[in-house]
Design a protein around this ligand. Structure first.
Ligand SMILES: Cc1ncc(COP(=O)(O)O)c(C=O)c1O
Length: 404
């Protein structure tokens, strides 16, 4: 099953960078056109096909953080505006929004999917609200239809941070093919990687020109030439822009990864099902309610009692199994201490319970077995029913090996 020897300790993430990927990178380097070029355009077209976009367009970027920032710029966010965001997400999203000058407003999540709670969103809307930022946690779709209804009612935009959800579907529709603006990540450990990379999907084809200008220094007429591996020496600068395009080598890597994406996703689903099967009857572990059909899982997360999590992490570490924590809760960061917020009780609870186990595009039965047995052995020695998820208080251990 595994395509390369597996390292020990078992890491949380492990991108696939096998011979096909390295060959693609080498060819792109040998071709000699390193900046944004024809490969960048081919990668965008490949994403448009894969996401089954019907008129929607993809604009690639050098990260999802930059994609989210471009989305914020596109909808004109600025000082005085508020964006309602889950606190329970990676700080990349909050930073992308606050970089526009807008204020982040922290909103709670719903316990089932750990995505932003539409009812809590509506309670936070004010005259200053301009947008909602939603996150598809670990690849599970957020409640986009309800969020779009709230957005329509209050005249808001919705930026979907689908960094975790490339390849996931909601009611049969690929994420990115519906909603308002969607952003993906192709960072080092994501479902597909371009080493670093991202993309914005927009429903309005007229946005594409603006996004091209925002992506490349506000220049009005450069993209078409670069997509032919040429440069346009005469141009105008028509707005404040940034410099966050996807170069040719990352795009070539992304194209090679796209050849394998169906296999990556099928494998990840299979490993998540194997984990679920092994943990379903373990007293002390809460699982997400999904059979993983239509979901492209980016990470595998369990929930355990807050007072056992550190011990479980230490136990797994002693067995050579790395773990992670997604996420900490951004409302606790010093930079956002003054940010407006609603009730965050689900967030406050969940941030202490979530634990990320290893999930890679290729894992051997042996690796899956080591992780499942490692987790099971921790709980088998404990008395069930002590506290939430059967936990009991034990001494604190070292923090996670791998955060985001
Ligand atoms: C939910 C979420 N949004 C955004 C990002 C940022 O993605 P990138 O590293 O491509 O900027 C991440 C990164 O892991 C993430 O987890």
């Amino acid at each position: 099953m595994s395509r390369t020897a597996e390292p020990s300790p078992i890491p949380v993430y492990r991108p696939y960078l096998g011979p096909e990927i390295q060959d693609a990178a080498r060819s792109a380097i040998q071709a000699g056109w390193l900046g944004m070029g024809s490969l960048s355009q081919q990668f965008e077209q490949r994403l448009e096909e894969f996401l089954e976009l019907d008129g929607r367009r993809v604009v690639s970027t050098n990260s999802c953080t930059e994609a989210l920032h471009l989305a914020g710029q596109l909808i004109g966010l600025g000082p005085g505006d508020e964006v309602i965001c889950p606190s329970f997400t990676y700080v990349a999203g909050h930073q992308a929004m606050s970089r526009t000058g807008a204020s982040v407003v922290f909103c709670d999540i719903e316990p089932e999917t750990l995505s932003i709670d539409p009812a809590a969103v509506e309670a936070l809307v004010t005259d200053r609200t301009r947008a909602i930022m939603a996150v598809d946690f670990l690849g599970l779709p957020c409640r986009m239809d309800e969020l779009m209804e709230i957005a329509d009612k209050h005249g808001l935009r919705v930026i979907e941070d689908a960094a975790h959800a490339f390849g996931s579907r909601s009611n049969g529709r690929p994420i990115g093919s519906f909603g308002d603006i969607t952003c993906f990540s192709f960072g080092p450990v994501k479902t597909i990687t371009t080493l670093e990379g991202g993309a914005v999907v927009t429903a309005d084809p007229n946005d594409v020109q603006v996004l091209h200008e925002l992506r490349h220094l506000g220049i009005d007429s450069d993209t078409d030439a670069r997509y032919r591996n040429q440069r346009n020496w005469e141009f105008d600068v028509v707005r404040q822009g940034f410099r966050c395009h996807l170069g040719s080598v990352p795009a070539a890597i992304g194209l090679a990864q796209m050849d394998l994406v169906d296999e990556f996703i099928a494998n990840r689903q299979q490993y998540c099902r194997a984990y679920d099967e092994a943990f379903r009857n373990v007293d002390g572990i809460e699982l997400f309610e999904t059979d993983w059909d239509g979901i492209a899982p980016y990470i595998y997360v369990i929930r355990v009692a807050s007072d056992v999590r550190d011990d479980l992490m230490a136990h797994l570490k002693s067995l050579g199994i790395a773990t992670g924590i997604h996420f900490l809760g951004a409302h606790n960061f010093s930079f956002y201490a003054a940010s407006r917020r609603g009730d965050l009780s689900v967030t406050d609870r969940v941030t202490k319970e979530v634990l990320t186990l290893p999930l890679h595009p290729y894992m051997s039965d042996d690796t899956i077995g080591r992780v499942t047995k490692g987790v099971q052995s921790f709980f088998s020695g404990r008395t069930a029913g002590r506290g939430r998820y059967g936990g009991a208080s034990r001494k604190a251990a070292e923090p996670a090996d791998a955060l985001n």
